[in-house]
Design a protein around this ligand. Structure first.
Ligand code: UDP
Ligand code: MG
Length: 311
C-alpha cells in the first residue's frame, strides 16, 4: 500500500473546484488501482465566495477529503504550507484548483520517482500562451536576474505543481521561515528533481488572483529571500561615488588654484546633490527591505490561522 496526498489551495474557487474534483477522480480511477490510497487536502485560503460550502459538500460524498479553512486570506504560500503540514502520504503533490495543473501527469510523475530514482518531480510550462506579452517579458527578465544573483537555481516557467517523496516534504517543513518563497525553498532543499514540460493550459473557470502589481511584489520577495546581492550592489555604489567625489575635489581645487573663479558652478552642484541623495535613499530603501523582512521574521507570527478543519 502506498498513499498519495494531494494538496489543493483554493481561494474563491467555487466554480472550478467541482470540475477539478470530477477530473481528478476520473484520473484516479483510470490510472491507479486499489494499492494506491489517496488523500485530498483542500485548503480554503479565506475565500469570500462559497468555496467552503462546496468543499463541505464534496467532503460529505467522499471521506478521502480533509479540509482546512483559514480565518482570512493568507496567500497561496501559507495555504501550501498548511496542506503540507496536514499531509500524511508517502508522496505529496501540490496542485491548483483551476485544472491548470493536469492531474493526468500524476502517473508519469509517480513512475519517475519510483522507477527512475528521482526524489521529486516538478513541472514547467514551456510556453506562456494566453498570458499578456508584457507579463512574459518581465517574468523572463526576473528569472535571468535572480539566477545570476542567487545561489539557488530558479527554473523559468516552473509551476508549484510537483510530486515529492515524504523525505522532501519533511525537508521543506524543516525550514521554519515566515517569509516563504516556495520556488526558492524547493531548490534550496536540493534532492534529485526531474522536470516535466507541458504546454500552458488556461484555467477552467473563475479568474486568476495575480495582478501585475502582485507579481512584481512577489518577484521582489523572491530576490530579498534568496539573495543579498542588492546589499552588495548598494555598497559598491557608495564606494563608486566616494571615488568620484574624491577625484572631483582634487579637480576643483586644482582648477581654482590655477584659474581662480570661485563662484561659478552651482547648477552642477545642485545636480550632484540631487543625484547623490537619490542614490542614498535608494540604498536605504534596499537596506529597509531586508530590515523589514527581518522584523517580520523575529516577530514569529504564525504563517496562517485556522478557523475550522474536519479533524
Ligand atoms: N490561491 C490561494 N490563495 C491566494 C491566491 C491563490 O490559495 O491568495 C490559489 C488559487 O485558488 C489557485 C492557485 O492558488 O488554486 C493558483 O492561483 P491562480 O490560478 O489565480 O494563479 P495563476 O495560475 O494564474 O498563476
Ligand atoms: Mg491558475
Amino acid at each position: 500500500m502506498e498513499k498519495i496526498s494531494i494538496v489543493i489551495s483554493c481561494y474563491n474557487e467555487e466554480k472550478s473546484l467541482p470540475l477539478f474534483y470530477y477530473e481528478m477522480e476520473k484520473v484516479r480511477k483510470q490510472d491507479f488501482d486499489e494499492n494506491t490510497e489517496f488523500e485530498y487536502i483542500l485548503v480554503d485560503d479565506g475565500s469570500t465566495d462559497d468555496t467552503l460550502a462546496v468543499i463541505k459538500t464534496l467532503r460529505q460524498k467522499d471521506n478521502k477529503i480533509k479540509y482546512i479553512s483559514f480565518s482570512r486570506n493568507f496567500g497561496k504560500e501559507a495555504a501550501m504550507l498548511a496542506g503540507l503540514e496536514t499531509s500524511t502520504g508517502d508522496y505529496v503533490t501540490l496542485m491548483d484548483a483551476d485544472l491548470q495543473d493536469p492531474p493526468s501527469l500524476l502517473k508519469t510523475m509517480l513512475s519517475a520517482i519510483k522507477e527512475e530514482g528521482f526524489d521529486s518531480v516538478g513541472t514547467r510550462r514551456v510556453t506562456r500562451k494566453g498570458e499578456p506579452a508584457i507579463r512574459s517579458f518581465f517574468a523572463r527578465r526576473f528569472y535571468k536576474i535572480i539566477n545570476r544573483i542567487s545561489h539557488v537555481e530558479m527554473v523559468d516557467g516552473a509551476r508549484d505543481y510537483r510530486l515529492m517523496t515524504r523525505q522532501v516534504v519533511d525537508a521543506i517543513l524543516s525550514l521554519k521561515e515566515y517569509n516563504r518563497y516556495s520556488k526558492g525553498l524547493f531548490s534550496f532543499v536540493g534532492f534529485k528533481t526531474k522536470w516535466i514540460e507541458y504546454e500552458n493550459v488556461e484555467r477552467v473557470a473563475g479568474e486568476t488572483k495575480w495582478s501585475f502589481w502582485k507579481l512584481c511584489k512577489y518577484a521582489l520577495e523572491g530576490i530579498i529571500a534568496f539573495s543579498t546581492m542588492p546589499l552588495v550592489l548598494s555598497s559598491f555604489l557608495g564606494l563608486f561615488f566616494c571615488i568620484i567625489a574624491f577625484l572631483a575635489i582634487i579637480f576643483i581645487i586644482a582648477k581654482t588654484l590655477i584659474f581662480g573663479d570661485p563662484t561659478s558652478g552651482w547648477p552642477s552642484l545642485v545636480c550632484i546633490i540631487v543625484l547623490v541623495s537619490g542614490i542614498q535613499l535608494f540604498s536605504m530603501g534596499i537596506i529597509g527591505q531586508y530590515l523589514s523582512k527581518t522584523y517580520l521574521e523575529v516577530k514569529q507570527r504564525p504563517v496562517y490561522i485556522v478557523k475550522e478543519k474536519n479533524e
